[in-house]
Design a protein around this ligand. Structure first.
Ligand SMILES: Nc1ncnc2c1ncn2[C@@H]1O[C@H](COP(=O)(O)OP(=O)(O)OP(=O)(O)O)[C@@H](O)[C@H]1O
Ligand SMILES: [Mg+2]
Length: 498
Protein backbone atom coordinates (compact mmCIF):
# COMPACT_ATOMS: atom_id res chain seq x y z
CA UNK A 1 0.00 0.00 0.00
CA UNK A 2 2.83 2.35 0.97
CA UNK A 3 5.34 3.44 -1.60
CA UNK A 4 8.77 1.93 -0.82
CA UNK A 5 10.38 5.28 0.08
CA UNK A 6 7.75 5.91 2.71
CA UNK A 7 8.04 2.38 4.02
CA UNK A 8 11.81 2.79 4.35
CA UNK A 9 11.42 6.10 6.13
CA UNK A 10 8.91 4.58 8.53
CA UNK A 11 11.19 1.70 9.38
CA UNK A 12 14.01 4.14 9.98
CA UNK A 13 11.84 6.24 12.23
CA UNK A 14 10.65 3.18 14.12
CA UNK A 15 14.25 2.05 14.66
CA UNK A 16 15.24 5.47 15.90
CA UNK A 17 12.36 5.63 18.36
CA UNK A 18 13.09 2.09 19.45
CA UNK A 19 16.72 2.92 20.08
CA UNK A 20 15.76 6.07 21.91
CA UNK A 21 13.73 4.12 24.43
CA UNK A 22 15.91 1.04 24.51
CA UNK A 23 18.44 0.94 27.30
CA UNK A 24 20.90 -0.95 25.10
CA UNK A 25 23.39 0.11 22.51
CA UNK A 26 24.94 -2.10 19.87
CA UNK A 27 28.37 -2.33 18.25
CA UNK A 28 29.00 -4.20 15.05
CA UNK A 29 32.36 -5.78 14.47
CA UNK A 30 32.46 -7.11 10.95
CA UNK A 31 35.00 -9.57 9.70
CA UNK A 32 36.03 -7.45 6.77
CA UNK A 33 36.18 -3.72 7.04
CA UNK A 34 36.28 -2.31 3.54
CA UNK A 35 38.95 -4.52 2.05
CA UNK A 36 40.97 -4.97 5.19
CA UNK A 37 40.50 -7.81 7.61
CA UNK A 38 39.28 -6.50 10.92
CA UNK A 39 41.76 -7.50 13.59
CA UNK A 40 39.17 -6.95 16.27
CA UNK A 41 36.91 -9.57 14.71
CA UNK A 42 39.62 -12.21 14.98
CA UNK A 43 40.42 -11.12 18.49
CA UNK A 44 36.80 -11.35 19.60
CA UNK A 45 36.48 -14.75 18.02
CA UNK A 46 39.52 -16.03 19.86
CA UNK A 47 38.51 -14.40 23.09
CA UNK A 48 35.04 -15.87 23.01
CA UNK A 49 36.50 -19.23 22.15
CA UNK A 50 38.10 -19.28 25.57
CA UNK A 51 34.88 -18.67 27.48
CA UNK A 52 32.47 -20.25 25.05
CA UNK A 53 33.56 -23.77 25.81
CA UNK A 54 31.44 -23.88 28.91
CA UNK A 55 28.40 -21.80 28.18
CA UNK A 56 27.66 -21.97 24.48
CA UNK A 57 24.90 -24.25 23.26
CA UNK A 58 26.23 -24.80 19.79
CA UNK A 59 29.88 -24.47 19.02
CA UNK A 60 32.01 -24.56 15.94
CA UNK A 61 35.40 -26.19 16.22
CA UNK A 62 38.43 -25.13 14.27
CA UNK A 63 42.03 -26.05 14.15
CA UNK A 64 44.34 -23.74 12.26
CA UNK A 65 46.95 -25.20 9.94
CA UNK A 66 49.91 -26.44 11.97
CA UNK A 67 48.30 -25.27 15.16
CA UNK A 68 48.51 -27.52 18.17
CA UNK A 69 45.14 -26.70 19.67
CA UNK A 70 41.50 -26.78 18.73
CA UNK A 71 39.53 -23.61 19.24
CA UNK A 72 35.84 -23.38 19.98
CA UNK A 73 33.79 -20.72 18.33
CA UNK A 74 30.27 -19.44 18.33
CA UNK A 75 28.15 -21.01 15.63
CA UNK A 76 26.28 -18.86 13.21
CA UNK A 77 23.73 -16.54 14.77
CA UNK A 78 24.38 -17.92 18.22
CA UNK A 79 24.47 -15.77 21.33
CA UNK A 80 26.71 -15.76 24.36
CA UNK A 81 26.75 -13.71 27.55
CA UNK A 82 30.03 -12.45 28.94
CA UNK A 83 30.74 -10.82 32.24
CA UNK A 84 33.34 -8.09 32.67
CA UNK A 85 34.01 -5.86 35.71
CA UNK A 86 30.56 -6.48 37.07
CA UNK A 87 28.82 -5.78 33.78
CA UNK A 88 26.90 -8.22 31.60
CA UNK A 89 27.41 -7.99 27.87
CA UNK A 90 25.90 -10.01 25.09
CA UNK A 91 27.68 -11.18 21.98
CA UNK A 92 25.93 -12.40 18.88
CA UNK A 93 27.62 -13.94 15.88
CA UNK A 94 25.80 -12.90 12.74
CA UNK A 95 26.31 -14.57 9.40
CA UNK A 96 24.54 -13.45 6.25
CA UNK A 97 25.00 -14.24 2.58
CA UNK A 98 26.86 -11.58 0.65
CA UNK A 99 24.52 -10.11 -1.97
CA UNK A 100 26.67 -9.41 -4.95
CA UNK A 101 30.37 -9.38 -5.43
CA UNK A 102 31.31 -5.75 -5.22
CA UNK A 103 34.53 -4.66 -6.82
CA UNK A 104 37.55 -5.29 -4.67
CA UNK A 105 41.24 -6.03 -5.03
CA UNK A 106 40.81 -9.52 -3.73
CA UNK A 107 37.88 -11.93 -3.72
CA UNK A 108 35.72 -11.53 -0.64
CA UNK A 109 34.20 -14.52 1.14
CA UNK A 110 30.66 -15.58 0.20
CA UNK A 111 29.43 -15.01 3.70
CA UNK A 112 29.38 -11.77 5.60
CA UNK A 113 30.27 -12.42 9.19
CA UNK A 114 30.35 -10.19 12.17
CA UNK A 115 29.86 -9.95 15.89
CA UNK A 116 27.35 -7.67 17.50
CA UNK A 117 28.05 -6.51 21.00
CA UNK A 118 25.05 -5.46 23.06
CA UNK A 119 25.65 -3.46 26.21
CA UNK A 120 23.62 -1.24 28.49
CA UNK A 121 23.96 2.38 27.53
CA UNK A 122 25.15 3.35 30.98
CA UNK A 123 28.04 0.83 30.75
CA UNK A 124 29.22 2.20 27.47
CA UNK A 125 32.26 4.10 28.70
CA UNK A 126 33.51 1.31 30.89
CA UNK A 127 33.24 -1.21 28.11
CA UNK A 128 34.75 0.90 25.41
CA UNK A 129 37.64 2.01 27.58
CA UNK A 130 38.85 -1.27 28.89
CA UNK A 131 36.86 -4.22 27.65
CA UNK A 132 38.05 -4.12 24.06
CA UNK A 133 41.68 -3.70 25.14
CA UNK A 134 41.21 -6.58 27.50
CA UNK A 135 39.89 -8.69 24.63
CA UNK A 136 42.83 -7.82 22.40
CA UNK A 137 45.33 -8.75 25.11
CA UNK A 138 43.53 -11.93 25.97
CA UNK A 139 43.30 -12.94 22.32
CA UNK A 140 47.02 -12.43 21.86
CA UNK A 141 47.68 -14.56 24.87
CA UNK A 142 45.41 -17.33 23.64
CA UNK A 143 46.94 -17.20 20.19
CA UNK A 144 50.38 -17.58 21.63
CA UNK A 145 49.27 -20.53 23.69
CA UNK A 146 47.35 -22.25 20.92
CA UNK A 147 49.45 -21.69 17.90
CA UNK A 148 52.74 -21.81 19.69
CA UNK A 149 54.58 -18.92 18.16
CA UNK A 150 54.61 -17.10 14.88
CA UNK A 151 57.67 -16.46 12.80
CA UNK A 152 57.43 -13.35 10.68
CA UNK A 153 59.64 -12.38 7.78
CA UNK A 154 59.78 -9.36 5.51
CA UNK A 155 60.93 -11.36 2.49
CA UNK A 156 58.43 -9.68 0.20
CA UNK A 157 60.75 -6.73 -0.21
CA UNK A 158 58.50 -3.97 1.01
CA UNK A 159 55.23 -4.94 -0.66
CA UNK A 160 52.18 -5.31 1.54
CA UNK A 161 49.78 -8.23 1.78
CA UNK A 162 46.01 -7.96 1.39
CA UNK A 163 45.69 -6.81 4.99
CA UNK A 164 48.27 -4.08 4.55
CA UNK A 165 50.92 -5.95 6.51
CA UNK A 166 54.56 -5.91 5.49
CA UNK A 167 55.29 -9.10 7.45
CA UNK A 168 54.52 -12.65 6.34
CA UNK A 169 54.02 -15.22 9.06
CA UNK A 170 54.22 -18.95 9.56
CA UNK A 171 53.73 -20.95 12.76
CA UNK A 172 57.03 -21.14 14.57
CA UNK A 173 57.82 -24.71 15.50
CA UNK A 174 61.49 -24.70 16.41
CA UNK A 175 62.07 -27.31 19.12
CA UNK A 176 65.17 -25.66 20.57
CA UNK A 177 64.93 -24.83 24.26
CA UNK A 178 67.40 -23.85 26.94
CA UNK A 179 67.43 -27.50 27.99
CA UNK A 180 68.64 -28.65 24.62
CA UNK A 181 71.06 -25.79 24.17
CA UNK A 182 74.63 -26.80 24.85
CA UNK A 183 76.52 -24.05 26.59
CA UNK A 184 78.16 -23.27 29.89
CA UNK A 185 75.42 -23.82 32.51
CA UNK A 186 76.37 -20.68 34.43
CA UNK A 187 76.21 -18.52 31.35
CA UNK A 188 72.95 -20.15 30.40
CA UNK A 189 71.26 -19.47 33.70
CA UNK A 190 72.54 -15.90 33.63
CA UNK A 191 70.83 -15.39 30.28
CA UNK A 192 67.65 -17.09 31.44
CA UNK A 193 67.49 -14.89 34.53
CA UNK A 194 68.07 -11.83 32.42
CA UNK A 195 65.19 -12.79 30.14
CA UNK A 196 62.94 -13.55 33.06
CA UNK A 197 63.69 -10.23 34.71
CA UNK A 198 62.95 -8.53 31.46
CA UNK A 199 59.60 -10.23 30.97
CA UNK A 200 58.55 -9.49 34.56
CA UNK A 201 59.98 -6.01 34.52
CA UNK A 202 57.08 -3.82 33.50
CA UNK A 203 57.09 -1.89 36.76
CA UNK A 204 60.85 -1.58 36.80
CA UNK A 205 60.97 -0.11 33.31
CA UNK A 206 58.10 2.21 34.14
CA UNK A 207 59.75 3.36 37.35
CA UNK A 208 63.11 4.00 35.77
CA UNK A 209 61.69 5.72 32.73
CA UNK A 210 63.28 3.29 30.34
CA UNK A 211 61.68 1.85 27.24
CA UNK A 212 60.68 -1.73 27.87
CA UNK A 213 63.09 -3.39 25.49
CA UNK A 214 66.37 -5.21 25.58
CA UNK A 215 69.11 -5.94 23.10
CA UNK A 216 71.30 -9.01 22.78
CA UNK A 217 74.25 -9.45 20.49
CA UNK A 218 75.13 -13.09 19.79
CA UNK A 219 78.51 -13.65 18.24
CA UNK A 220 80.73 -16.61 17.54
CA UNK A 221 81.75 -19.03 14.79
CA UNK A 222 79.13 -20.73 12.58
CA UNK A 223 77.42 -23.73 14.15
CA UNK A 224 77.79 -22.67 17.75
CA UNK A 225 74.07 -22.24 18.31
CA UNK A 226 73.24 -18.59 17.73
CA UNK A 227 70.05 -19.31 15.82
CA UNK A 228 69.20 -22.11 18.24
CA UNK A 229 69.61 -19.65 21.09
CA UNK A 230 67.10 -17.26 19.50
CA UNK A 231 64.59 -20.08 19.13
CA UNK A 232 65.20 -21.09 22.73
CA UNK A 233 64.59 -17.51 23.87
CA UNK A 234 61.30 -17.37 21.95
CA UNK A 235 60.17 -20.69 23.35
CA UNK A 236 61.21 -19.70 26.85
CA UNK A 237 59.31 -16.42 26.87
CA UNK A 238 56.51 -17.41 24.51
CA UNK A 239 57.30 -14.52 22.17
CA UNK A 240 56.85 -14.26 18.43
CA UNK A 241 59.90 -13.81 16.23
CA UNK A 242 60.34 -11.17 13.56
CA UNK A 243 63.19 -12.22 11.33
CA UNK A 244 64.23 -8.98 9.70
CA UNK A 245 65.97 -9.37 6.36
CA UNK A 246 67.81 -6.07 6.12
CA UNK A 247 68.76 -6.58 2.49
CA UNK A 248 65.05 -6.47 1.61
CA UNK A 249 64.57 -3.09 3.25
CA UNK A 250 65.37 -0.16 1.05
CA UNK A 251 64.94 2.95 3.12
CA UNK A 252 64.96 4.08 6.70
CA UNK A 253 61.29 4.90 6.58
CA UNK A 254 60.52 1.40 5.35
CA UNK A 255 62.46 0.07 8.31
CA UNK A 256 60.41 2.26 10.60
CA UNK A 257 57.16 1.03 9.09
CA UNK A 258 58.24 -2.54 9.63
CA UNK A 259 58.95 -1.75 13.23
CA UNK A 260 55.57 -0.12 13.69
CA UNK A 261 53.87 -3.27 12.46
CA UNK A 262 55.52 -5.55 14.99
CA UNK A 263 53.54 -6.61 18.01
CA UNK A 264 54.71 -6.40 21.57
CA UNK A 265 56.05 -9.52 23.26
CA UNK A 266 58.27 -10.25 20.33
CA UNK A 267 61.89 -10.83 19.42
CA UNK A 268 63.18 -8.84 16.47
CA UNK A 269 66.11 -10.63 14.91
CA UNK A 270 68.72 -9.42 12.47
CA UNK A 271 70.94 -12.37 11.58
CA UNK A 272 74.49 -11.91 10.31
CA UNK A 273 74.37 -8.20 10.74
CA UNK A 274 77.86 -7.81 9.31
CA UNK A 275 76.73 -9.35 6.01
CA UNK A 276 73.31 -7.75 5.80
CA UNK A 277 74.69 -4.35 5.06
CA UNK A 278 77.60 -3.31 2.99
CA UNK A 279 80.08 -2.17 5.56
CA UNK A 280 82.94 -1.47 3.22
CA UNK A 281 81.17 1.38 1.46
CA UNK A 282 80.33 2.95 4.74
CA UNK A 283 83.85 4.11 5.34
CA UNK A 284 84.19 5.86 1.98
CA UNK A 285 82.55 9.16 2.81
CA UNK A 286 84.21 9.34 6.21
CA UNK A 287 87.77 8.52 5.35
CA UNK A 288 89.24 11.27 7.48
CA UNK A 289 87.14 10.59 10.50
CA UNK A 290 88.32 8.33 13.23
CA UNK A 291 85.74 5.59 13.26
CA UNK A 292 86.57 4.67 16.84
CA UNK A 293 85.12 7.86 18.17
CA UNK A 294 81.59 6.60 17.65
CA UNK A 295 79.32 7.43 14.77
CA UNK A 296 80.47 10.41 12.79
CA UNK A 297 78.08 13.24 12.02
CA UNK A 298 78.02 12.01 8.44
CA UNK A 299 76.76 8.64 9.45
CA UNK A 300 74.19 10.06 11.76
CA UNK A 301 72.85 12.12 8.90
CA UNK A 302 72.35 9.15 6.73
CA UNK A 303 75.41 8.26 4.76
CA UNK A 304 76.18 5.30 6.94
CA UNK A 305 75.44 1.89 5.53
CA UNK A 306 74.66 0.90 2.04
CA UNK A 307 75.65 2.79 -1.01
CA UNK A 308 77.55 5.68 0.47
CA UNK A 309 75.49 8.80 0.03
CA UNK A 310 72.50 6.61 -0.60
CA UNK A 311 71.60 7.95 -4.01
CA UNK A 312 74.15 6.29 -6.17
CA UNK A 313 73.96 2.91 -7.90
CA UNK A 314 70.43 3.25 -9.15
CA UNK A 315 68.38 3.33 -5.97
CA UNK A 316 70.25 0.64 -4.06
CA UNK A 317 69.85 0.24 -0.35
CA UNK A 318 69.74 3.51 1.47
CA UNK A 319 69.47 2.03 4.91
CA UNK A 320 71.85 3.90 7.12
CA UNK A 321 73.52 3.22 10.39
CA UNK A 322 71.55 6.04 11.90
CA UNK A 323 68.37 4.43 10.58
CA UNK A 324 69.28 1.15 12.18
CA UNK A 325 70.22 2.78 15.47
CA UNK A 326 66.97 4.68 15.46
CA UNK A 327 65.22 1.41 14.80
CA UNK A 328 66.61 -0.13 17.96
CA UNK A 329 67.04 2.94 20.13
CA UNK A 330 65.10 5.90 18.91
CA UNK A 331 61.67 7.13 19.76
CA UNK A 332 60.11 4.75 17.29
CA UNK A 333 61.47 1.74 19.05
CA UNK A 334 59.03 2.47 21.85
CA UNK A 335 55.87 2.40 19.75
CA UNK A 336 55.27 -1.05 21.21
CA UNK A 337 56.58 -2.53 24.39
CA UNK A 338 58.19 -5.68 25.66
CA UNK A 339 60.43 -6.18 22.73
CA UNK A 340 63.78 -7.86 22.42
CA UNK A 341 66.28 -7.09 19.70
CA UNK A 342 68.76 -9.79 18.81
CA UNK A 343 71.62 -9.29 16.38
CA UNK A 344 73.89 -12.15 15.38
CA UNK A 345 77.26 -12.07 13.71
CA UNK A 346 80.20 -14.35 13.05
CA UNK A 347 82.61 -11.41 13.01
CA UNK A 348 82.13 -9.04 15.88
CA UNK A 349 85.29 -7.21 14.90
CA UNK A 350 83.64 -6.10 11.67
CA UNK A 351 80.82 -4.30 13.44
CA UNK A 352 80.75 -0.58 13.83
CA UNK A 353 81.71 0.58 17.34
CA UNK A 354 78.51 2.58 17.41
CA UNK A 355 76.55 -0.66 17.41
CA UNK A 356 78.65 -2.13 20.18
CA UNK A 357 78.86 0.78 22.53
CA UNK A 358 77.58 0.43 26.06
CA UNK A 359 73.85 0.43 26.40
CA UNK A 360 73.15 -0.19 22.75
CA UNK A 361 73.10 -3.93 22.95
CA UNK A 362 72.54 -4.71 26.61
CA UNK A 363 74.23 -8.08 26.56
CA UNK A 364 77.01 -9.41 24.35
CA UNK A 365 76.90 -13.19 24.34
CA UNK A 366 79.81 -15.15 22.97
CA UNK A 367 78.77 -18.51 21.60
CA UNK A 368 81.92 -20.56 21.85
CA UNK A 369 83.23 -23.87 20.60
CA UNK A 370 82.01 -26.93 22.43
CA UNK A 371 83.41 -27.06 25.97
CA UNK A 372 83.30 -30.09 28.21
CA UNK A 373 80.31 -28.78 30.16
CA UNK A 374 78.43 -28.16 26.91
CA UNK A 375 79.37 -31.60 25.71
CA UNK A 376 77.78 -33.14 28.79
CA UNK A 377 74.49 -31.50 27.82
CA UNK A 378 74.75 -32.86 24.29
CA UNK A 379 75.59 -36.35 25.60
CA UNK A 380 72.56 -36.23 27.84
CA UNK A 381 70.24 -35.03 25.09
CA UNK A 382 71.49 -37.18 22.25
CA UNK A 383 72.50 -40.38 24.04
CA UNK A 384 70.50 -40.21 27.25
CA UNK A 385 73.79 -40.07 29.09
CA UNK A 386 73.30 -39.68 32.82
CA UNK A 387 76.31 -38.88 34.97
CA UNK A 388 75.16 -40.56 38.18
CA UNK A 389 74.05 -43.65 36.36
CA UNK A 390 77.37 -43.90 34.56
CA UNK A 391 79.38 -43.61 37.73
CA UNK A 392 78.13 -46.95 39.00
CA UNK A 393 79.85 -49.23 36.58
CA UNK A 394 81.00 -48.20 33.21
CA UNK A 395 84.62 -47.42 33.92
CA UNK A 396 85.58 -47.70 30.27
CA UNK A 397 83.33 -44.83 29.34
CA UNK A 398 84.72 -42.76 32.18
CA UNK A 399 88.20 -43.17 30.83
CA UNK A 400 87.08 -42.12 27.38
CA UNK A 401 85.28 -39.11 28.84
CA UNK A 402 88.39 -38.16 30.76
CA UNK A 403 90.37 -38.28 27.54
CA UNK A 404 87.74 -36.19 25.82
CA UNK A 405 87.98 -33.59 28.55
CA UNK A 406 91.69 -33.15 28.00
CA UNK A 407 91.42 -32.78 24.26
CA UNK A 408 88.14 -30.93 23.72
CA UNK A 409 89.42 -27.38 24.19
CA UNK A 410 92.25 -27.93 21.72
CA UNK A 411 89.95 -29.49 19.14
CA UNK A 412 87.78 -26.40 18.78
CA UNK A 413 84.76 -28.29 17.48
CA UNK A 414 81.42 -26.55 17.26
CA UNK A 415 78.40 -28.07 19.00
CA UNK A 416 76.97 -28.58 15.50
CA UNK A 417 79.92 -30.81 14.54
CA UNK A 418 79.78 -32.70 17.82
CA UNK A 419 76.05 -33.34 17.47
CA UNK A 420 76.66 -34.70 13.99
CA UNK A 421 78.95 -37.42 15.41
CA UNK A 422 76.52 -38.20 18.20
CA UNK A 423 73.49 -38.44 15.91
CA UNK A 424 75.28 -40.81 13.61
CA UNK A 425 76.03 -43.22 16.45
CA UNK A 426 73.08 -42.63 18.69
CA UNK A 427 72.18 -46.33 18.86
CA UNK A 428 75.47 -47.31 20.43
CA UNK A 429 76.46 -45.05 23.26
CA UNK A 430 79.93 -46.45 23.82
CA UNK A 431 80.77 -46.32 20.14
CA UNK A 432 79.51 -42.75 19.91
CA UNK A 433 81.79 -41.61 22.69
CA UNK A 434 84.75 -43.48 21.27
CA UNK A 435 84.25 -42.07 17.83
CA UNK A 436 83.86 -38.60 19.24
CA UNK A 437 87.19 -38.96 20.99
CA UNK A 438 88.81 -40.03 17.72
CA UNK A 439 87.38 -37.07 15.86
CA UNK A 440 88.36 -34.66 18.60
CA UNK A 441 91.90 -36.01 18.64
CA UNK A 442 92.21 -35.67 14.87
CA UNK A 443 90.86 -32.15 15.02
CA UNK A 444 93.21 -31.16 17.84
CA UNK A 445 96.13 -32.58 15.93
CA UNK A 446 95.14 -30.73 12.79
CA UNK A 447 94.78 -27.51 14.74
CA UNK A 448 98.18 -28.06 16.26
CA UNK A 449 99.85 -28.61 12.93
CA UNK A 450 98.17 -25.63 11.30
CA UNK A 451 99.36 -23.55 14.21
CA UNK A 452 102.84 -24.88 13.70
CA UNK A 453 102.42 -24.45 9.97
CA UNK A 454 101.42 -20.86 10.46
CA UNK A 455 104.42 -20.25 12.59
CA UNK A 456 106.79 -21.89 10.12
CA UNK A 457 105.21 -20.17 7.16
CA UNK A 458 105.69 -16.89 8.97
CA UNK A 459 109.29 -17.79 9.41
CA UNK A 460 109.64 -18.82 5.76
CA UNK A 461 108.08 -15.57 4.67
CA UNK A 462 110.52 -13.68 6.78
CA UNK A 463 113.43 -15.54 5.26
CA UNK A 464 112.11 -14.94 1.77
CA UNK A 465 111.79 -11.28 2.54
CA UNK A 466 115.39 -11.15 3.65
CA UNK A 467 116.50 -12.99 0.55
CA UNK A 468 114.52 -10.61 -1.59
CA UNK A 469 116.09 -7.63 0.04
CA UNK A 470 119.51 -9.13 -0.55
CA UNK A 471 118.68 -9.71 -4.19
CA UNK A 472 117.29 -6.23 -4.76
CA UNK A 473 120.31 -5.24 -6.72
CA UNK A 474 120.53 -3.34 -10.04
CA UNK A 475 120.60 -6.74 -11.70
CA UNK A 476 117.41 -6.80 -13.79
CA UNK A 477 116.98 -10.45 -14.65
CA UNK A 478 116.52 -11.57 -11.07
CA UNK A 479 113.63 -9.21 -10.63
CA UNK A 480 111.48 -11.20 -13.04
CA UNK A 481 111.19 -13.92 -10.48
CA UNK A 482 109.73 -11.66 -7.78
CA UNK A 483 106.39 -10.04 -7.33
CA UNK A 484 104.53 -7.75 -9.76
CA UNK A 485 105.82 -4.57 -8.20
CA UNK A 486 109.38 -5.58 -8.65
CA UNK A 487 108.54 -6.64 -12.15
CA UNK A 488 107.44 -3.16 -13.01
CA UNK A 489 110.59 -1.73 -11.57
CA UNK A 490 112.47 -4.19 -13.65
CA UNK A 491 110.73 -3.11 -16.82
CA UNK A 492 111.43 0.49 -16.04
CA UNK A 493 115.06 -0.15 -15.48
CA UNK A 494 115.24 -2.24 -18.61
CA UNK A 495 113.93 0.63 -20.69
CA UNK A 496 116.36 2.94 -18.98
CA UNK A 497 119.19 0.71 -19.97
CA UNK A 498 117.99 0.88 -23.56
N1 LIG B 1 74.95 -24.79 21.51
C1 LIG B 1 74.24 -25.73 20.85
N2 LIG B 1 73.46 -26.57 21.53
C2 LIG B 1 72.76 -27.52 20.90
N3 LIG B 1 72.78 -27.70 19.57
C3 LIG B 1 73.56 -26.90 18.85
C4 LIG B 1 74.33 -25.86 19.45
N4 LIG B 1 75.00 -25.22 18.49
C5 LIG B 1 74.66 -25.79 17.35
N5 LIG B 1 73.80 -26.82 17.53
C6 LIG B 1 73.23 -27.66 16.49
O1 LIG B 1 73.80 -27.28 15.27
C7 LIG B 1 72.86 -26.82 14.34
C8 LIG B 1 73.27 -25.45 13.80
O2 LIG B 1 73.25 -24.49 14.83
P1 LIG B 1 72.79 -22.99 14.64
O3 LIG B 1 72.05 -22.83 13.37
O4 LIG B 1 72.10 -22.55 15.87
O5 LIG B 1 74.20 -22.29 14.53
P2 LIG B 1 74.54 -20.77 14.29
O6 LIG B 1 75.47 -20.35 15.36
O7 LIG B 1 73.29 -19.99 14.13
O8 LIG B 1 75.32 -20.84 12.93
P3 LIG B 1 75.45 -19.70 11.81
O9 LIG B 1 76.42 -18.70 12.34
O10 LIG B 1 75.98 -20.46 10.64
O11 LIG B 1 74.09 -19.15 11.59
C9 LIG B 1 71.55 -26.72 15.07
O12 LIG B 1 70.56 -27.38 14.34
C10 LIG B 1 71.76 -27.41 16.40
O13 LIG B 1 71.11 -28.64 16.41
MG1 LIG C 1 72.41 -19.00 12.49
Amino acid sequence: VFPPELRFALIKLFNRVFHWFSSYCYFDITEIDGVNTNELYNAVQLYLSSSVSITGSRLSLTRALNSSAITFGLSNNDVIVDYFNGVNVLWEHIVTQRQSQTFSWRPLPEEKRGFTLRIKKRDKSLILNSYLDFIMDKANEIRRKNQDRLLYTNSRGGSLDSRGHPWESVPFKHPSTFDTLAMDPEKKSEIMNDLKDFADGQNFYQKTGRAWKRGYLLYGPPGTGKSSMIAAMANFLGYDIYDLELTEVHTNSELRKLLMKTSSKSIIVIEDIDCSINLSNRKKPNNNINSNSGPSPDMRNGSGFGSGSGHEEGGGNTITLSGLLNFTDGLWSCCGSERIFVFTTNHIEKLDPALLRCGRMDMHIFMSYCSFSSLKILLKNYLGYNEEEEEEGNKANDVVLGDIETVIEKAQMTPADVSEVLIKNRRDRAKAVRELLEVLKLKAKANNSTELGNRTSERVEEEEEQEKRALESPNVDFDHLSSCDNNKNGEKEESKEK
